[in-house]
Design a protein around this ligand. Structure first.
Ligand code: SF4
Length: 311
């Protein structure tokens, strides 16, 4: 096992959740995840919303732009991810995205964003800083903009199917935007506030089998006050995670956290593999690595290709 020398919020979250999951996911690079229409839809939404805000100042032009490009942007991600165009899936059915974007800019959070934006400074901005001289913290800021009030704001776009309310809770205990604001500080770009721009889209099937032409469309802007105190806490969190990785890697100890596991066992992709190795708690996993890999492949996991020198 050789762990890539960079860390991001997903890796930190995984390590805090369950070190065994971290070992399987980022040490052995195992996965059973498959590309999904939700991911293609989310990526296309990100791209179209970011460009609409960057290039258009008013609602009418933003909506016109979204309607003109949505289908081709969605198709680009469907193709890139090796999915099929499937009109039975509401996310891949082009009118869903167009209706969602029209609602977003006509009545929703997109309209609010346009009204507070003076200029979009960057979209999809690569963020990075060095941690403890050993690791690189990495992230990507969806949008950095200057507001009409002359302050800088960091915006993260989230697309969701059902759980709109959970983003309100996340916004009160935010790790992602604060760690990105911290990184931007280190890159000499100060941001004063943050927000999650959440777009919720789902669609009902009618008894005839067709999709309802009234999808559920909601959007909201959850503001986040970026504080120095919380950024400091994020720096400690990132450093703590790097030290934990170095320590665990040295001893090759990545044990499960039982209380977390009980909570996650229904959703953790590694459960079928992991339950065979629960008895191997507290031992050097190097001894069983070849066997573990063989069992993983027989259970349908695949080992992702990676290069330790590539980001
Ligand atoms: S199944 Fe449980 S112990 Fe195994 S990786 Fe998942 S959460 Fe961790």
């Amino acid at each position: 096992m050789e762990i890539r020398r960079w860390i991001d919020n997903s890796k930190i979250g995984c390590l805090e959740r369950c070190p065994r999951e971290f070992y399987l996911r980022y040490g052995l690079h195992l996965t059973r995840e498959v590309p999904s229409s939700a991911i293609a839809f989310g990526k296309a939404m990100h791209e179209v919303i970011e460009n609409a805000l960057k290039e258009h100042k008013n609602v009418k032009d933003a909506i016109k732009y979204c309607s003109a490009v949505w289908e081709q942007v969605l198709l680009k991600y469907i193709t890139e991810m090796g999915l099929e165009v499937d009109y039975e899936d509401y996310r891949l059915e082009p009118s869903t995205g167009i209706l969602a974007l029209t609602e977003l800019f006509m009545n929703g959070a997109g309209k609010e964003m346009l009204s507070l934006t003076e200029e979009v400074l960057a979209t999809e901005m690569e963020l990075t800083f060095n941690v403890l001289g050993t690791f690189e913290f990495r992230g990507k800021a969806d949008i950095v903009l200057r507001t009409m009030a002359g302050t800088n704001m960091l915006v993260d776009i989230k697309t969701t199917g059902w759980k709109m309310e959970s983003w309100a809770e996340k916004a009160t205990v935010d790790c992602q935007l604060h760690s990105y604001a911290l990184t931007l500080d280190k890159m000499n770009l100060k941001v004063h506030s943050g927000a999650y721009l959440v777009v919720q889209t789902n669609r009902r099937r009618l008894s005839s089998g067709a999709w309802s032409n009234k999808p559920t469309l909601k959007s909201a802007l959850f503001p986040i006050a970026v504080t120095e105190d919380y950024k400091e806490r994020m720096l400690k969190r990132i450093e703590r995670a790097c030290l934990k990785i170095l320590g665990r890697e040295r001893l090759y100890l990545f044990e499960p956290v039982w209380s977390q596991c009980q909570r996650l066992s229904g959703v953790c992709q590694f459960h079928p593999l992991c339950e065979r190795y629960w008895r191997y708690n507290g031992i050097d996993l190097k001894e069983i690595e070849p066997e573990l890999l063989e069992v993983a492949l027989s259970l349908g996991y695949r080992q992702e290709e990676w290069n330790p020198f590539e980001y």
